[in-house]
Structure formats: C-alpha cells, structure tokens
Design a protein around this ligand. Structure first.
Ligand code: ZN
Length: 307
C-alpha cells in the first residue's frame, strides 16, 4: 500500500468531541484542553462553534474560549459556523479558518438544521464567499458523505457535486464527514481518488467516526488513495448532532500510534496526548473509548509482559 511520509491531524475534541458529552466542562477547562493540545504539537484545532447561544447554550463562551488560547506560529484554530452572522463573530474573535457544513443526506440535513441540503448549500456558499473576502480560510464539510442512518442512499456523485459547489464558492478545503460511521475502506478509497481527480489542488480531509470500528481501516484506505489530512479527537470522544447513535470520533492517540508504527510523521507528541487523555477522563468523569489511552502508555512493547 501507499503511505504518505507525513500527515496533518486536525484535533476536534474541543468542539465535535465535547458537544456529544452530557457534562459541560466549563470555559476554563476548554481553554486548558486546547492549550494542552497545541503544546502536544497538534497543528490544527477545531476549538468551538459560533452558533446562536439561545440554540446551543454551551457554545455561548465561543469568543471567550478563543481569547484564552495561547497563539503560536503554525497553530491554526478553526470554528464551525451555521451562517454569515456566525462567520462574522468567528472572524472578530480571531479564528483562522471557518468551517461550514451540509449533509449529503437531505433527511440528515433537515434533522440537524431544519432545512434542506439545497437551502444549506446556498447559505454556506454565501458564508464561504464572505470568509474568503475577509482574507480567512474556509472549509466546506460534506457530512454523512459515506452513508446515512436514515435509509436514504448517498450516491458518490452527489458528494462530488456538493464538494464542487464548495470549491466554486472559493473553499480552500473540503472535508468528507463519516458522521455516523457508515464508511468502508473501499468507499473511502474511491471517493478520495475521485475528489483528488476532480478538484486537484483543493485540500481534502477525512473526518471519520469509529462507530463500527472501521475508522483506522478507513484512514489506511484514504492514505492509499492519497489523503494526507485526517481529523481525530483525543479519547475518541464525540457523538454527533445528527443522531444519538453516532459513536465517537477516531481517537487521536490511536491514529498517532498507528502512524508512529508505520513511520508516517505527524509532528505530534503521543505521550503528551496521552496526558490529555487522562485530563479529559477526569473532567468528563467517565472512561473514554480510545484504545491506547486505556493502556495508559504509548508503547506497550516497552513494558514488561504480564506472566
Ligand atoms: Zn464528527
């Protein structure tokens, strides 16, 4: 198989991860988490979302969270926004990259934001144009890109078309979201290859959930097809706004471990991330799904074998 010499990991625990948690950890703990992640070397962090505080009270501290992050060269902070108003707030707060969403499943889009995929595409394209004219980066996410839990078919052509409309609006990057863990390695390989062919030069990222245990297999398929940008969440935390059955994100530390054992560079300190795993487990008050963190150390082979 083909493996890249290095990949870029975007850490989504502060937003995608925490939003599925029953416990609100508070502004200070969110800032602490983000600073730990940056210290560990994670170059891109999905820190919050700029949504209506009435609709999502726990994101009311979005600007405060961004203000608390220690900025450093090379660290890129992104935030998810639903509309132009959110993008304006994100940019005013100092966000580098604005992320918008549509769901490839019309039913999923209706359930998430109460409007059709087409209506969301019109509005998010407007957001992308506004963000680009403000001199910031914009990323368009196609959620439910590999399948829908609502029974509707998601033809790859539809995903390619939606991605193309983000590109036409001026997006710097496209993210394919396997929001509810429907993807399989073959589907990932085919879609990554198609998008690279159709939209060369546009950064393509994979956002994979581990609902059915296929996230790392899907990463390998993506790598083999040329993908070099992957999302992860420490501890594998994070459900989905679409459904309660989403399962967590691909665990960042499990991805790091696989990359280290394959010789794929990430620039991220695995031991530091394992420290953050323990921090998260403590503030959330329950065990986390990530596998490597449960061992509590980065290299089990360096430890004594049990008798
Ligand atoms: Zn997600």
């Amino acid at each position: 198989m083909k493996a890249p010499t290095s990949i870029t990991i975007r850490e989504v625990s502060p937003r995608d991860g925490l939003q599925g948690e029953p416990v609100e950890i508070g502004t200070e703990a969110k800032i602490d988490l983000i600073n730990q992640l940056a210290d560990a070397g994670l170059p891109r962090i999905n820190v919050t979302s700029f949504v209506s505080p009435k609709a999502v009270p726990r994101m009311a501290d979005a600007a405060e969270v961004v203000a608390g992050v220690v900025r450093r060269p090379g660290l890129e902070l992104d935030a998810s926004v639903p509309n132009v108003r959110g993008a304006e707030r994100a940019i005013a707060a100092g966000i580098d990259t604005v992320v918008v969403f549509v769901a490839a499943s019309n039913e999923g889009n209706l359930r998430n934001v109460g409007r059709s995929t087409e209506e969301s595409m019109v509005e998010t394209s407007e957001v992308i144009r506004m963000v680009r004219s403000a001199g910031k980066k914009a990323v368009g996410t196609v959620a439910l890109a590999f399948g829908s839990p609502y029974g509707d078919e998601i033809p790859p052509d539809r995903v390619v078309e939606l991605a193309g409309r983000f590109v036409a609006a001026g997006a710097n990057g496209i993210s394919l979201g396997d929001t509810t863990g429907e993807a399989n390695p073959r589907a990932v390989h085919e879609l990554v290859r198609r998008l690279h062919t159709e939209y060369p030069g546009v950064e393509l990222a994979l956002h994979l959930h581990d609902t059915r245990g296929l996230a790392l297999a899907n990463v390998l398929a993506g790598m083999d097809a040329g993908a070099t940008h992957f999302d992860g969440a420490v501890g594998g935390i994070g459900g989905s706004p679409f459904t309660k059955d989403a399962g967590g994100n691909l665990a960042t530390e499990d991805l790091l471990y696989m990359c280290a054992s394959m010789g794929v560079q990430t620039g991220v300190d695995l031991d530091a991330v394992l420290g953050t795993y323990q921090f998260l487990e403590k503030v959330l008050g329950h065990p986390l799904p990530g596998k490597l963190g449960q061992l509590g150390r980065s290299d089990p082979r360096s430890q004594e074998e049990p008798a």
